[in-house]
Design a binder for this molecule. Sequence first.
Ligand code: F6P
Length: 326
Amino acid sequence: MKLSKIAVFTSGGDSPGMNAALRAVVRAARYYGIEVEGIYRGYEGMIDDDFVPLDERSVARIVDKGGTIIKSARSVAFKTKEGRQKAFDNLKKHQIDALIGIGGDGTFRGLHAFNLEFGMPVIGLPGTIDNDIVGSDYTIGFDTASNTAIEAIDKIRDTATSHNRLFLIEVMGRDAGFIALRSAIASGAKAVMLPETHTEPSELLAKIKQSGLNKRKTSNIVIVSEGNKNGNASELAEELKSMDDSFDIKVTVLGHIQRGGKPSAYDRLLASRLGVGAIEALRQGQNDIMVGVRNEKLAYTPLEKATKEHHRLQDEMLHLIEILSI
Ligand code: F6P
C-alpha cells in the first residue's frame, strides 16, 4: 500500500494516554519518512476540514499530559452517508493514504464503515477508560482512571469510617464494569454492583447486614458501576433505605474526574507501544484492524470483531471480590 501521508485523530470520550499514543503515531511515522496530518475533534474535524500538519516536534512534551491536544468529539454527522462522503473528500484533498483513529467502539464502527465504503486503509487504537474493547487486555486510559477512582475511594473510606457510614460510590464504565471491579478489589470494598452480574438490591442488603455496622465493622463501601442494571448509586440508595432505614447512607458519584489527570506509567507505555504498532502494522500492509495488547504482546483484531463482541470480565476477578469481602 502507498504510504506517503497518514492522518490521525482522537474520538469519543477522551482518556489519559491519548496524547502519548498520538506522539507515538507521529514519531513512528516520521521515523519511517511518512508525513502526518492531525485532525481536530475526531470525525467532526474530518467533515469540517480541520486538519493540522504534525511533525516530531509538534508532539514534544505531551507524553505526560491528560486529555488530547487535538481534541475529541462524538460525531452525529459522521453516522450519515453525506457526512462520511465529506470526510472522505477532505482526506483525498489532503492526499491521505491511511487513517488511524484512537478511541472506543464507536470510533471503530466509523473506521470500519469508512473502510468498507471508500476503501480507505484504517487502523484503530483502543483509547477509552472503560476497558470494554475485545481484542486488548487493556485500553489506553483504564489504568489511570482506575487509579484515580481508587485514590478517591481511599479518601472516602477515611470519612466513612469516622462516622460508621455506608457509602455507595458510583464509578464510570458505561455498560462495562472493569473500573468498578478493579477499584472494588483494590480499595477493599464490601461489594460491587456491575452491569455484567445483576445483583438484586435485596442480596446487596443481606451482604451488608451480614457484617453489620458495629464496633468492629465501622464502615461499608459499595462500588456501583454507572451501568448497573438495578439502578445507579442514588437509585440504589433509595431502594436500600426503603428496605431498611437503619443505615446512614451517603452517595458519591466520582464522574469525569476519572477521565482526567496525568497518565500512569502503564498507560504511557501501552500508548507508546500501540502507536508505534499502528504504523508498523500499516507498513506490513495490515488494514481494518485494531492494534491491542494480549498477554503482554501486540495483538491485531479485525475492527468488525472489536465492535461486535464484548470484552468479558475475568471470572477469577469476580471470585476474588467474593472471598476478600467477607
Ligand atoms: O466512554 C468513556 C465514558 O467516560 C464512559 O465511562 C461514560 O459513560 C461516558 O464516557 C461519558 O460520556 P460524556 O463525557 O460524553 O458524558
